[in-house]
Write a protein that binds this ligand. Structure first.
Ligand code: NAD
Length: 300
């Protein structure tokens, strides 16, 4: 079997069109405020592209940028102001934050009704209770990608590799809610290979290039690769069998790969996400989705 490619860009575009159509029907403009502290170059790109995408879809996208020296109290005061501003429907604070600021305190200070990242403990609780909730964007996007294959989730064995608060844990909760039998694997899991091989659905969210090998994938499994890793010539040998990646690596000196050995896993999978162009594009689309949902729940 050779896996069909799940086109994350296409599913993200569809989601965004849906969001834009919903915004046109709302009769008001939902507002998303992205807060960035300091000048981490990756955060700068993320925050800018989130605000830009919001504008593109008819939302009000605002960036609030503060210096690296901002104190925790100052940021908490800013969050309070945004919580109280009726024109702000979604607040997201780009992580990581500078050392003097406790990210947990900041997340806990966001009004759960405006927590479009779905990281607030109230939202985490609601998610695990299976109640309506603003779910974390990356795993919510993965659910859409799986649904795009039309493969039924109910009754399937889903193996999630990784147990982070932003991907692995909420991923497992969303799959469980859809009646999958869920196994969560992590850094201390024994016999990882034999467990992953049982997965009808495998979601890898680890951050270790190519750790999921082709031999770990059961024939016909749906494989979702959340990992994003930029690798250099040190991986040239392990990528030798992947013509496309090898070519890019030779040309650019580095290449983006996921946690899954794509070329080999695709030989066994029924469906598989590429990196880039799989899970990545879904995260921003689901953030927009959450902002519109938050706006509807608060205002209607
Ligand atoms: P994290 O570092 O917080 O968590 C990694 C998890 O992997 C941990 O729970 C750990 O227990 C597990 N792990 C580590 N080594 C392991 C091993 N050998 N075997 C099994 N499990 C192991 O990372 P994260 O924030 O969850 O992100 C994971 C990856 O997904 C990263 O590559 C990140 O860049 C990517 N990511 C992508 C998106 C996106 O939009 N596409 C969003 C978030 C994260």
């Amino acid at each position: 079997m050779t896996g069909r490619i799940i086109d994350g860009k296409a599913v993200a575009r569809e989601t965004e069109e849906e969001v834009a159509a919903e915004v046109r029907l709302l009769g008001f403009q939902p507002g998303l405020t992205a807060v960035r502290v300091g000048n981490d170059p990756a955060s700068e790109i993320y925050v800018r592209s989130k605000a830009k995408k919001a504008e593109e879809l008819g939302l009000r996208g605002e960036q609030r940028v503060f210096p690296d020296s901002m104190s925790e109290d100052e940021l908490l005061a800013e969050i309070k102001r945004l919580n109280e501003d009726p024109s702000v429907d979604g607040i997201l604070v780009q992580l990581p934050l500078p050392r003097q600021i406790d990210a947990r305190k900041v997340i806990d200070a966001i009004d759960p009704a405006k927590d479009v990242d779905g990281f607030h403990p109230v939202n985490v609780g609601l998610l695990h209770l299976g109640r309506p909730v603003l779910a974390p964007c990356t795993p919510a996007g993965v659910m859409r990608l799986i649904d795009s294959t039309k493969i039924a989730i109910e009754g399937k064995h889903a193996v999630v590799i990784g147990r982070s608060d932003i991907v692995g844990k909420p991923m497992a909760a969303l799959l469980l809610q859809r009646n999958a039998t869920v196994t969560i694997c992590h850094s201390r899991t024994a016999n990882l290979e034999s467990i992953v091989r049982q997965g009808d659905i495998v979601v890898a969210a680890v951050g270790k290039p190519l750790m999921v090998t082709g031999s770990m994938i059961r024939q016909g499994a749906v494989v979702i690769d959340v990992g994003i890793n930029r690798v250099g010539p040190e991986l040239a040998q392990r990528l030798a069998h992947d013509e496309a990646k090898s070519r890019l690596l030779a040309k650019n000196g580095s290449v983006l790969v996921g946690d899954v050995d794509y070329a080999r896993a695709a030989e066994a999978a029924s469906w598989i996400t590429p990196v880039p162009g799989g899970v990545g594009p879904m995260t921003i689309a689901m953030l927009m989705r959450n902002t519109v949902t938050a706006a509807r729940w608060r205002r209607q």
